[in-house]
Design a protein around this ligand. Sequence first.
Ligand code: INI
Length: 155
Amino acid sequence: MGDYAAREGDLDATGMRFAIVVARFNRDITEELLDGAERILRKHDAADVSVLWVPGAFESPLVAKRLAASGTVDAVICLGAVIRGETAHFEYVAGETAAGITRAALDTGIPVIFGVLTVDDREQAHDRLGGKEGHKGEEAALSAIEMVSLLRGLP
Ligand code: INI
């Protein structure tokens, strides 16, 4: 077994600082994602949580990258909702948002979490807000805490 075999981050967010970048587009949905993420960060004793609103999910990578590079946060959580049935350019918005979020994390070395729902319709979105598919805002926050913890233990 190697040095890093079976290593996992834990969920103690004590002292951790987070930024949440949340899209105003489909705000009824993204506010619920935000509520879930904030609830989890509070529950796990995060030291600081800043919330930044952007017009749509497409704008989130730039803000996420700026924050991640600033040295002021340990992780960034991007929240948004892109609904296939309501946009002809779903693939562009969803795909470029995902690519940009990935790039922000890899360019900065800071976890940037993809908490963007990419769904066919509103019903599927609600299934992911505490319905049968869990709560994606809560899950995004848990992923952020775990990634900060894991990276702190790596060289
Ligand atoms: N932005 C979203 O966050 N979700 C969507 O479903 C969406 N649709 O349907 O188009 C959307 N578009 C706006 C986009 O994110 C940008 O704000 C806009 O293109 C300006 O750059």
